[in-house]
Design a protein around this ligand. Structure first.
Ligand SMILES: [Zn+2]
Length: 273
């Protein structure tokens, strides 16, 4: 009889382990290095934010790629938009436009009904229609491709007299979706996990509207504005520091390496700890 129970116990153990292995499909991450070669974001001297975002995001990509628990995608690389996204935008232009317009209409109705409450957000540069469509397209793609987390990589800026002048603000900030959005709770936990790592080395933004370094937002398309990201698609937007505060080329490369490592640890801790 004892042997019988032992055999049953082993069988149950094996069945459970098999289902666990099956359940642990890789975590799907989409990295979005902010802006692109056409609209490059902030500028300091000869430095362009889009190139900095790409340098850092590529390092995050390379580290995550080696971790078999993750499947990692990136929207652009040194050759421009990756094939996935070139094809996606070529084949889904009308659908992306409809996705954006429908979401806006739905949100407008919720605001009128009083089911969604508008708040004031930290100021962001407004984006052109083309840029908006691209960002909504990333959200649509992420929803359709069962992405678990989108990580938007940026460097920050505040108005300065000219591109050669440094500003006075410094430090990093992580933006996360407003609590009224479906993907908020999970995104906030992910943001906190990455924040904990970055904060070991870097101070949080000294800009008054980014105080504390973790800021909710309802306007940023990247985070799922107008309810365009499913509850399963976490999204965070990291401004790693002010564009003029990274030092010379050698110092910058070191910081990219360092920031990438810390970000990955934050992501790994959130999903596996
Ligand atoms: Zn930016």
């Amino acid at each position: 009889m004892k042997k019988f129970f032992f055999a049953i116990a082993i069988f149950i153990f094996l069945a459970i382990s098999a289902s666990c292995v099956k359940a642990s499909a890789p975590i799907r991450i989409l990295l979005v290095p902010g802006h692109d070669n056409a609209v490059w974001g902030a500028e300091y001297g000869n430095l362009k934010e889009a190139a900095m975002n790409l340098a850092l995001a590529s390092r995050i990509y390379d580290i995550l790629k080696k971790d078999k628990r993750f499947e990692v995608y990136i929207t652009r690389d040194k050759n421009g938009y990756t094939k996935e996204f070139v094809d996606y935008f070529a084949n889904n232009q009308a659908d992306v436009l409809a996705f954006k317009d429908d979401a806006k209409k739905k949100m407008q109705k919720e605001i009128t009904d009083g089911t969604f409450v508008k708040k004031t957000n930290a100021p962001h540069n407004s984006v052109s229609e083309d840029v908006a469509i691209r960002l909504y397209g990333f959200n649509k793609w992420a929803d359709e491709n069962k992405i678990d987390a989108m990580i938007h990589v940026h460097f920050n800026d505040r108005p300065r007299p000219n591109v050669w002048t440094k500003g006075k603000e410094k430090g990093f900030v992580i933006y996360m979706p407003d609590s009224q959005f479906a993907n908020s709770a999970k995104s906030v936990d992910l943001a906190k996990s990455v924040f904990a790592e970055l904060h070991k080395k870097y101070i949080t933004s000294t800009y008054e509207k980014e105080k504390g370094g973790l800021i909710s937002d309802q306007k940023l398309i990247a985070l799922g504005a107008n309810g365009t990201l499913l509850s399963s698609v976490r999204s965070i937007l990291i401004e790693y520091g002010y564009i003029y505060s990274l030092g010379n080329s050698t110092a910058r490369q070191k910081k990219y390496d360092d920031m990438a490592k810390l970000t990955v640890v934050g992501i790994q801790n959130y999903f596996f700890k």
